[in-house]
Structures are given as C-alpha cells and as structure tokens.
Design a protein around this ligand. Structure first.
Ligand code: SAM
Ligand code: SF4
Length: 328
C-alpha cells in the first residue's frame, strides 16, 4: 500500500485493549473511564483485520494498548498472528509495561515474537510508583529479566520528563549496557486529558542528548527498526540509544505506519483525527474484499504529518484521545 505522499505503508500497530493495570501520569487520568466491552473487537475480529492488512502487504505488526498483556486470552492472538510470520508477515512485536511478562515471556517467544519494548521510566522504586500511580518496579524488572531469559531482545522505552527522571538517563544507559538492552527515550506528546499540567513535563531530547554526550560517545547509525526513533551506538557499552522526537523533529517524512484501536478504528496518523471505522464494515456483514477496500481507501487519505504543538495558552491537549487508545 502506497500513500498519497509515496510512503509505503508496511507497519501496523494494534491496540488490543484500552485498559491497563497502571495509570502513568503522562498517559492517563487517575480516574480513567474505559470502554464498554461490547465496543471492543473480539480477538477473532482483530485477527481478521490484521489478516487483511497482511494480505495488503503489511510486514510488521506491533501489539500494544493500553496494556496488551492484561487482555484475557491475548496469547491466542499472538499465536494466530505468529503463524503468519514467514507467510507474508516479517515481524510480530509487542510494547508492554512488563507487569505480566514474567508470566508470558516464554509463550511470546514460542509464538514467534523476538523483540519486546518494555516501558520503564526510572530505576528508582518510589519514583516508579509515583509515575505509574499503581505500579511496583520489582514486578516490571522481573518481567524484563524473564523476557531476557526467554531469549527476547529487550528495548527499554522511557518517557523523558523534566524534573522527574532527567537526572537518571546516565544511570539508565549504564544499566541497559550492563544487561544488553537498548534504550529509547521519548518526548512527551500532548495526547488526551491527564491529571495535571503537561507543559511542565516537556523536556526536549536535544538537551538530553547533549547532556549524555558529556559522558558517553554516541556514534550516528542508520539503524532503523521500522519505527520513528533515531538511533546512536553507545561506544562504551556497544548498545544503542534511540530518540523519538515528535515535538522537536518532524518524523513524519518516513512514516510507514498506521494504527488500529481496539474498537476497530483505523488512525492514519497518531497526531491527527481522521479515521476509518473498520468495525462498522465488519459488523455490518462486510466481506474480506470490503474490508480490504476500506483499508486501501483509508490509506489513500493518510495525511502528510502531524502538527503537535504544546499550546501554553490553551489548557487542552493537541489530540483529544489518550495514547492508550492508539497505543503510542
Ligand atoms: N502499556 C504499554 C506500555 O506502557 O508500554 C503499551 C502502551 S503505551 C500507551 C505505549 C508507549 O507510549 C509507552 O512507552 C508509553 O510510555 C508511551 N506514552 C504514553 N503516553 C505518552 C505521551 N503522552 N507522550 C509520550 N509517550 C507516551
Ligand atoms: Fe498503561 Fe502504558 Fe499508558 Fe502506562 S503508558 S498507563 S502502562 S498504557
């Protein structure tokens, strides 16, 4: 599938649930209301949409959420999608907060998953609790080490927050080096109402990178994972550090992905509201051909890019839906 700007769309991110066992401050409000179950696609429906994407040339699928591993029976979806690896699909990956990884790491590996992204914003227990509101750092760390033991490559995702974890990136880079993990730092994006003020949290990664360079030798690489991060090799550890900079650097030119929510809404851009309702096509008895046609038509409307700005005068996010809806 080629979009109107000549970009080949080969990467689908699928949010399998909007629910989560944590309430990270940048992602959710403390008292989130979740979707009624009837609105959420069944695992079979999700599989059907993913299959249509694979037939249309999708090479990589990332399962995300909410927290994907809290969805009941989610491993059956990993199982059915895993069977498509080598038969159209090149890669199946997952982004998780790690709380359930100790339970599922081996099953994920058996399903064909080889890489996992685990969100960990700090190595300080009380700070972890403050950021996630409900989490216990040991549980996520146990999950991370279970993934490593199961033979999964681990990438740690950390959202950079001013005055919260900005003093920890040296230590996190060293820790990742020690355990053979890559690290990916993310700028906070203005998505969804959260409790509190997001403009206070925003920290440009250009600043973080120049601080890291005081201690570490970061060499440019052209390594890509199909995602939006720009990677450097940390010469002292041999691992990579990536930067996702939606706010300070426009990553849209090479965008190859679209996002499906757990209600079957397809968003062509993380930062725009235009969407296609694939649930309606399916639940009104649409054939596989009709589903494929709806997808192709939606890709034909993929916008050139987002225009996130942090608006300091208006007290509202640039995009109303939460990151847990589109899965980041
Ligand atoms: N629950 C899983 C997790 O936390 O990894 C998967 C879903 S989560 C929405 C995906 C990623 O989005 C996480 O790495 C999270 O830190 C990031 N994220 C959530 N809200 C964000 C925001 N407002 N700005 C930047 N990143 C955000
Ligand atoms: Fe849950 Fe992930 Fe959002 Fe944190 S970032 S609240 S773990 S969905």
């Amino acid at each position: 599938m080629i979009d109107p700007f000549g970009r080949s769309i080969t990467y689908l991110r699928v949010s399998v649930t909007d629910r989560c066992d944590l309430r990270c401050v940048y992602c959710m409000a403390e008292d989130m209301t979740f979707l009624p179950k009837a609105e959420v696609l069944s695992l079979e429906e999700l599989d059907r949409i993913c299959s249509a994407f694979i037939r249309l040339g999708t090479k990589k699928i990332r399962i995300t959420g909410g927290e994907p591993l809290v969805r009941r029976d989610v491993m059956t979806l990993f199982g059915s999608l895993g069977r498509r690896i080598g038969a159209g699909l090149d890669e199946l990956t997952v982004t998780t907060n790690g709380t359930q990884l100790a339970r599922y790491a081996t099953a994920l590996r058996e399903a064909g998953v080889r890489r996992v992204n685990v969100s960990l914003d700090t190595l300080d227990g009380p700070k972890f609790k403050a950021i996630t509101r409900l989490g216990r750092m040991e549980q996520t760390l146990d999950g991370i080490f279970a993934a490593k033991a199961a033979g999964l490559a681990v990438k740690i995702n950390a959202v950079a927050m001013k005055g919260v974890n900005e003093d920890e990136f040296d230590a996190m880079l060293a820790w990742c080096g020690e355990h053979s993990f890559d690290l990916c730092l993310i700028e906070t994006m203005p998505m969804g109402d959260i409790t509190g003020d997001r403009t206070d949290q925003y920290l440009p990664l250009s600043i973080v990178r120049s601080r890291l360079r005081k201690r570490w030798t970061l060499s440019e690489t052209d390594y890509r994972t199909g995602g939006p991060a720009r990677y450097f090799t940390v010469e002292e550890t041999g691992r990579r550090v990536g930067f996702i900079t939606p706010m300070t650097h426009n990553f849209c030119e090479s965008c190859n992905r679209v996002r499906l929510t757990c209600t079957g809404t397809l968003y062509m851009c993380l930062g725009q509201d235009d969407q296609a309702d694939l649930r309606r096509v399916m639940r009104s008895g649409g054939s596989d051909d009709a589903l494929e046609q709806a997808i192709v038509e939606a890709i034909g409307r993929k916008p050139k890019g987002h225009d996130f700005i942090i608006d300091r005068r208006q007290d509202r996010p640039a995009v109303a839906r939460h990151m847990s809806v589109t899965g980041g």
